[in-house]
Write a protein that binds this ligand. Structure first.
Ligand code: ADP
Ligand code: MG
Length: 403
């Protein structure tokens, strides 16, 4: 019903063909676990050249582990120290809080909690047993002059009753899939991969180097993330769109600001799923590539394959049960919608009716023999047509590349 309504309301075939191709793009993506909230985002995805990531929960697992507990205050032992920290962290869903709960692994007595306040991008301010407890970074906790922490990891400083009491080193791991995601994004022609984080510069640098990111920005409060993002857009020299990928813990405003906001849905917050234009149902950042690819027709990809498929010099050497397009090139190159429009126009003008028909069969991955059967022609003449088609495709690409 929805579809027939659309047909009636569209004045011409061209107009209907546009939303229909959106439907198929959205459908293909949703099968792969990527939910795209509308056709307009597909268009923006097709033009993307910059991807900005949040760190925690997006590029890293968002599962922290306590590495080290250092108690400075001689009047308390580690157990008591952790009791205050775990109680203060008991009210939050932040991955950092979860790691503290896991490490402490004891029941929290809620009657000793007087109040808890979470300060996003900084930490927790709580009153436990009538003592003020601060757990967070140096934006929240005043550090004594003589303290210098050399551990690489996220550092949680702790102040109890106005006394600096110690610190906890926790660390998070980079997702295996994040490496793949960055590599594939580079392959499909994304010019810049950038990371924003509220974490320390040391941690940001390490992640940036491991993942070969182009830029990283650290020590950002949630509102700083928005202004940094604005700055990135403002200073951008290329014309493409910018996507932001986050889990929504402290970054929902940036998700809403981006041309396309992508939320990691598996462990992301409800706020993120709400604010985002695209939701990745798993926790794999490489699904961003799926989303971008779904914004282009499959023809696009196959066209690239055609470019790299070997020429058959001598007809007698062709195995006719091989596919008419070879898919041996592992690196898919991204083509813009505009290039695509030009290609379709070119094919219409330069291929004969028979060649156009054969081209369609090639796109649906038919073998030489199957195409011969379909068209009722000799294998040899099918082969000749295929060679001509490939040659014309190459001419098109070469000319396009020149301009
Ligand atoms: P990211 O930008 O990497 O996603 P966040 O913005 O969520 O990280 O947090 C930034 C920093 O704020 C953390 O590295 C930590 O220092 C501090 N922080 C945030 N939440 C907490 C918390 N619940 N307990 C302690 N510190 C916190
Ligand atoms: Mg975050």
């Amino acid at each position: 019903r929805a579809l027939s309504f659309l047909v009636v309301s569209c004045p011409c075939a061209f107009v209907i063909s546009v939303p229909l191709s959106f439907f198929s793009g959205i459908g293909a993506a949703s099968k792969a676990g990527v939910l795209i909230k509308g056709g307009n985002y597909l268009e923006a995805l097709a033009k993307v050249d910059t991807v900005v990531f949040d760190k925690t929960g997006t590029l890293t697992k968002g599962v922290f582990n306590v590495q080290k507990v250092v108690v400075y205050d001689e009047n308390i032992d580690e157990n008591e120290f952790m009791y205050y920290v775990a109680s203060a962290e008991s009210g939050s869903n932040h991955p950092i809080s979860k790691s503290i709960q896991k490490y402490y692994n004891k029941e929290i007595n809620s009657t000793s909690i007087n109040s808890i306040k979470e300060i996003s991008g900084k930490g927790i301010e709580a009153v436990i047993n009538n003592k003020k407890v601060l757990v967070g970074n140096e934006k929240l906790v005043n550090l004594p002059k003589d303290i210098s922490v050399t551990d690489v990891g996220t550092i949680l400083y702790v102040e109890i009753d106005n006394v600096f009491s110690g610190y906890i080193v926790i660390s998070d791991e980079i997702k295996e899939d994040a490496k793949r995601a960055i590599k594939e994004l580079k392959n499909i022609g994304i010019k810049k991969n950038i990371m924003l984080t509220g974490d320390l510069e040391k941690v940001a640098k390490k992640v940036g180097e491991d993942l070969e990111l182009d830029e990283t920005y650290s020590n950002l409060l949630p509102q700083d993330k928005v202004s940094k993002f604005e700055e990135i857009i403002k200073n951008k020299t290329s014309k493409g769109s910018v996507i932001f990928v986050g889990d929504g813990i402290n970054d929902a405003p940036v998700l809403a600001r981006a041309d396309v906001g992508i939320a990691m849905g598996a462990m992301g917050s409800d706020a993120a799923i709400e604010a985002a234009d695209v939701v990745i149902m798993t926790d794999e950042p490489s699904k961003i590539v799926t989303a971008i690819k779904s914004s282009n027709s499959g023809k696009n990809r196959i066209l690239n394959m055609a470019m790299y498929s070997p020429e058959t010099e001598d007809n007698s050497n062709i195995a006719y049960d091989t596919k008419s397009f070879n898919f041996y090139n592992p690196e898919e190159i991204y083509l813009s919608k505009e290039r695509f429009r030009l290609l379709n126009q070119y094919l219409k003008n330069n291929l004969s009716k028979m060649e156009n028909e054969i081209f369609e069969y090639m796109l649906s991955e038919m073998t030489y023999t199957e195409i011969a059967k379909k068209t009722g022609r000799e294998l040899k003449s099918v082969d000749n047509s295929i060679q001509r088609i490939k040659k014309k495709l190459k001419t098109f690409i070469e000319e396009y590349e020149k301009n």
